[in-house]
Write a protein that binds this ligand. Structure first.
Ligand SMILES: NC(=O)c1ccc[n+]([C@@H]2O[C@H](COP(=O)([O-])OP(=O)(O)OC[C@H]3O[C@@H](n4cnc5c(N)ncnc54)[C@H](OP(=O)(O)O)[C@@H]3O)[C@@H](O)[C@H]2O)c1
Length: 330
């Protein structure tokens, strides 16, 4: 029987609901508390899901010694402050993607994790699903030869609402950080977490002043290229492709992939359909729990350095378009 790890969820919006479903499928994970900006939301969420403790103050939640880990499911602009506070209170932190608004903020979060010897990870949940784990295996075995090109999209069409975090510049709205982070993360995984040598990008800004389409081309040196597309008002065919000298890998319905295909140029075709337990958010939770139990402060699958390179890449794209969020320094 594995030692129970008690979680507190911060935020009661869309992703917290989905994360909770996944968390409840993990042995030894216990959703003990929820924290919201308002008592009403906290109590309603707790009642809906049978959660024992509810807080309307993040600081008071952190004073509770029975909470081991905090999940941060609030808008990007709140990630840094919440994570740093939680790490200083010696809680493990799983923080939604993008880990922060920029690399400066993420640097502070990583420093807090280091100083307090606490676990911290960006919740790049797709990394931990069985199809993506299988893709890492195939790449490590060199099955498609030398990897040359990666291409992935994540575009959806959200109804335009300037108040929603997706379009509100003061909540770091826009598709690059919200959706683009997934194909960029896949590129990073495929090319070993390395910093791209060159970045070329295009952002399209809509009526709220936030980016609604993003296209990023990354060069990892020599023939190694990645191109990533994202949108939040355009539904795309969301696929991921990895091309090598001896074959290719296809991730159908990338981001929500339940399968992965290995296509070895006319010699062999194989479709991997791994078990996909719960809604998929269970796998990142399992990773956090395993790391905590093993005394690790970071995950080798989604390391601090890799999150930092991702954040620096998105900073570089925004800098190319002179795009800053209100009040953002630097
Ligand atoms: N991993 C994934 O698949 C995935 C999917 C969607 C989103 N995300 C990430 O998760 C984070 C939250 O996204 P979401 O779609 O869940 O957002 P959401 O539906 O707007 O919910 C965010 C929650 O954060 C809390 N909050 C605290 N301060 C807020 C503020 N100033 N404005 C708005 N909400 C505030 C609210 O809960 P209270 O009112 O209870 O305080 C709100 O319900 C984002 O960073 C996003 O990138 C990840």
């Amino acid at each position: 029987m594995k030692k129970t790890i008690n979680w507190a969820l911060a935020g009661t919006g869309g992703i917290s609901n989905r994360f909770l479903t996944g968390l409840r499928a993990v042995e030894g994970a216990h959703a003990l508390a929820v924290v919201s900006r308002t008592r009403e939301n906290a109590e309603a969420f707790a009642a809906r899901y049978g959660i024992e403790k509810s807080f309307d103050s993040f600081d008071r939640m952190l004073e509770d010694p029975s909470i081991d880990a905090v999940y941060i499911g609030t808008p990007h602009t709140l990630h840094r402050d919440m994570a740093v506070k939680a790490l200083k209170a010696k809680k493990a932190v799983l923080c939604e993607k993008p880990a922060a608004v920029n690399a400066g903020e993420l640097g502070e979060m990583i420093q807090a994790a280091r100083d307090n010897r606490c676990f911290f990870m960006e919740a790049m949940w797709t990394r931990f699903t069985p199809p993506l784990a299988k893709v890492r295996e195939w790449l490590a075995q060199g099955l498609i030869g030398e990897v040359k090109v990666m291409q992935a999209n994540f575009g959806f069409s959200a109804p335009f609402n300037p108040q929603s975090r997706l379009f509100d510049p003061s909540l770091a709205g826009g598709c690059l950080l919200d959706a683009g982070v997934y194909p960029l993360s896949l590129a990073s995984m495929v090319f070993g977490g390395k910093k791209p040598e060159r970045i070329v990008s295009h952002l399209y800004f809509g009526e709220a002043g936030t980016d609604e389409e993003a296209l990023v081309i990354l060069s990892y040196g020599g023939p190694r290229l990645a191109y990533a597309a994202a949108a939040n008002r355009t539904a795309m065919k969301n696929d991921g492709w990895i091309y090598g000298t001896q074959g290719k890998i296809h991730l159908p319905d990338f981001v929500f992939s339940h399968s992965a295909e290995l296509l070895l140029d006319g010699r062999y075709n194989y479709r991997y359909e791994g078990d996909f337990l719960s809604n998929g958010y269970n796998y990142e939770t399992e990773e956090v729990m395993n790391c905590i139990r093993e005394g690790r402060t970071e995950s080798p699958v989604m390391s601090w350095d890799e999150s930092l390179v991702l954040m620096e890449t998105m900073d570089a794209v925004r800098a190319q378009w002179n795009y800053k969020y209100p009040g953002e320094k630097g």
